[in-house]
Design a binder for this molecule. Structure first.
Ligand code: GAR
Length: 199
């Protein structure tokens, strides 16, 4: 059974969607660790209620690469096949990238390469796009720049606020992230340049 670690900073609805898929037999994987960089992350409580291993490694005041080194040490004995960032609101740091090359996924609430970074839905509204969505991508050393595994599109409505748009996108996040994880864990893909192709 493939093992995954999920890194979060807050609410953890994507984590919960993944955990439910696994529990209901729709994703074959085992969550070896839910790791939060914030002690107040609701995801920690959700992990406890699911009976899943969880841990907080606070990042406040800790340099990105120092945090990453601590995370690598913590995860090493768990032999995880894949790290999934799910609302992890920090750069991952080079030590994690080096320890898990091509084995870190992120979900981002826009159709990358549009609107990387933060305040993503507001960026989309301010720009005036008619469609937005979400992207699952491999993590590289850039900001939301790695090869794209999956995307889903949602319409932007005239009366949308950042909040209503985020909620519509989140439904799609919960659908495509477990699917993208399943694809990557299956190994049935290849990366050619920036393109992630089936087979
Ligand atoms: C999700 O919308 C996710 O795409 C976004 O944060 C939210 C976390 O929600 N991630 C980023 O913006 C990463 N740059 P969740 O904690 O309920 O899964």
């Amino acid at each position: 059974m493939k093992r995954i670690a999920i890194l979060v900073s807050g609410r953890g609805s994507n984590f919960e969607a993944i955990a439910r898929c696994i529990r209901e037999g729709r994703l074959e994987a085992q969550i070896a660790m839910l790791l939060s960089n914030r002690a107040d992350a609701a995801a920690l409580k959700t992990a406890a209620s699911f009976g899943l291993p969880h841990h907080c490694l606070p990042s406040q005041g800790v340099a990105t690469d120092d945090w990453a080194r601590q995370a690598v040490e913590l995860l090493a004995p768990l032999n995880v096949d894949l790290i999934c960032l799910a609302g992890f609101m920090r750069r991952v740091g080079q030590p994690l990238l080096d320890a898990y090359p091509g084995r870190i996924l992120n979900i981002h609430p826009s159709l990358l390469p549009a609107f990387p970074g933060l305040e993503v839905q507001q960026q989309a509204l301010d720009y005036g796009v008619k469609f937005s969505g979400c992207t699952v991508h491999f993590v590289d050393s850039g900001l939301d720049t790695g090869p794209i595994v999956a995307q889903a599109m949602v319409p932007v409505l005239d009366n949308d606020t950042a909040r209503t748009l985020a909620a519509r996108i989140l439904v799609e996040e919960h659908r495509i992230y477990p699917q993208a994880i399943a694809l990557v864990l299956s190994g049935k893909y290849r990366v050619e340049g920036r393109r992630v192709l089936a087979g």
